[in-house]
Write a protein that binds this ligand. Structure first.
Ligand SMILES: Nc1ncnc2c1ncn2[C@@H]1O[C@H](COP(=O)(O)OP(=O)(O)OP(=O)(O)O)[C@@H](O)[C@H]1O
Length: 287
C-alpha cells in the first residue's frame, strides 16, 4: 500500500522551546488516523507542518510523496484542510466561499460549478447556497469547511478538532460524513481531544503528549499493549479517597486478582478503555 504521510524525526521549536519532539510515524493511503492528546500537546502544530503552514525546525515530512518544504505547492494540490477556527468568510455567501476556493485552485467551469453543486449537496447545504455564511450555525459552517476542502478533489484530508464545540447531534452527523468519505477511499488525519471520536472513527491512534508520540496502534493493539483488564481500587475514605488503577493483560486475570482479595469492598473490575490508557500514560485526564 502507498504511503500517504511520512514523518521522520520531526522537531518544531518556537522561540527555542520544543513543542514537537522527534515525531516519527507514517499513514497508509486510505487510512483514518487519529492524533489524540490534551490541549498544548502539539497536535495543531503537527497538522500545520503537514499542511505546509509551518515549517518543521528539523526532520523530514512527506505528504502524498512530496516534501512539505521543498514541494509545498504539490502538497497543497493533494490535500484538503479543515482547521479549528472556522476559516470561511462570513460576509460571503455559501456559494461565493466555494467559488473563491475553486478559483484559487484554478478549477475551470463548467467543472467548478458542477463540483460546487455536488459537494454542497453532499454536506446538505445546497438549499443555503445564497445565504451569508455568518447566518449559518457552527455545524453548518464546519460542513461548509469540509465541502470547500473537498472541492479540488484532494487525496488526503486533514481535520484539526473537527467537532470541537458542536452539539452531540451535529457531531454525529459530521462523523457520518467523515466515515463515508473514508469509505470512498479518502485518507484522513484528524486531531481531537475527544476519546470517543478516535474510538469511533479511527483505524489507528497516535497518542501525543508534550510534543511526543507516546503510543501508537489500533485500539485493540493499544489495549493489548497496556492491558485489557483493569482493577480499580478505592483507597482511603469515600470523601477523601482516590482511585488506584491496576492493568492486567486480560480481563480474566483482573477477575482472578479480585477473587484473590480477602476484602473485595471498593474494588471494581472492567475492560480497559482508551481513556484508562491515556491516563496511565500521561498521568492526566482529558477534558
Ligand atoms: N506560533 C506559535 N508561537 C509560539 N508558541 C506556539 C505557537 N503555536 C503553538 N505554540 C505552542 O506550542 C504548544 C503546542 O500547541 P498546539 O496548538 O500544537 O497544541 P494542540 O495539541 O493542538 O492543542 P490544542 O488542542 O489546544 O490546539 C503550545 O504550548 C502552544 O502554546
Amino acid at each position: 500500500m502507498m504511503l500517504a504521510v511520512s514523518l521522520q524525526n520531526v522537531h518544531k521549536l518556537f522561540n527555542n522551546v520544543p513543542v514537537v519532539n522527534n515525531l516519527c510515524f507514517t499513514i497508509q493511503s486510505g487510512e483514518m488516523f487519529g492524533l489524540l492528546g490534551p490541549n498544548g500537546a502539539g497536535k495543531s502544530t503537527t497538522i500545520r507542518m503537514l499542511t505546509t503552514l509551518t515549517k518543521p525546525s528539523q526532520g523530514r515530512i512527506e505528504v502524498a510523496g512530496f516534501d512539505v518544504v521543498r514541494q509545498a505547492l504539490q502538497v497543497k494540490q493533494c490535500i484538503g484542510v479543515v482547521l479549528q477556527q472556522t476559516s470561511v468568510d462570513g460576509d460571503l455567501s455559501v456559494w461565493e466561499n466555494m467559488e473563491l476556493h475553486g478559483r484559487l485552485h484554478h478549477i475551470r467551469n463548467p467543472q467548478r460549478q458542477r463540483l460546487i453543486h455536488q459537494w454542497l449537496e453532499y454536506v446538505e447545504l445546497a438549499d443555503r447556497r445564497n445565504d451569508f455564511v455568518k447566518t449559518l450555525s457552527g455545524g453548518m459552517k464546519r460542513r461548509l469547511q469540509i465541502a470547500r476542502a473537498l472541492l479540488h478533489q484532494p487525496q488526503i484530508l486533514f481535520l484539526d478538532e473537527p467537532t470541537v464545540g458542536l452539539d452531540p447531534q451535529t457531531r454525529r452527523r459530521l462523523w457520518e460524513i467523515i466515515l463515508d468519505l473514508n469509505k470512498q477511499g479518502m485518507t484522513m488525519l484528524l486531531t481531537t481531544h475527544y476519546m470517543e471520536e478516535v474510538e469511533y472513527l479511527c483505524d489507528r491512534i497516535g497518542i501525543m503528549d508534550k510534543g511526543q508520540l507516546i503510543s501508537l496502534g489500533t485500539l485493540q493493539q493499544l489495549r493489548a499493549k497496556h492491558g485489557e483488564g483493569l482493577a480499580i481500587k478505592q483507597v482511603g475514605t469515600k470523601d477523601a479517597g482516590r482511585w488506584e488503577y491496576q492493568f492486567f493483560p486480560t480481563l480474566e486475570q483482573a477477575n482472578t486478582y479480585l477473587e484473590q482479595q480477602k476484602d473485595k469492598t471498593g474494588i471494581m473490575v472492567r475492560p480497559s478503555n482508551l481513556e484508562d490508557i491515556f491516563v496511565e500514560l500521561t498521568g492526566r485526564q482529558l477534558d
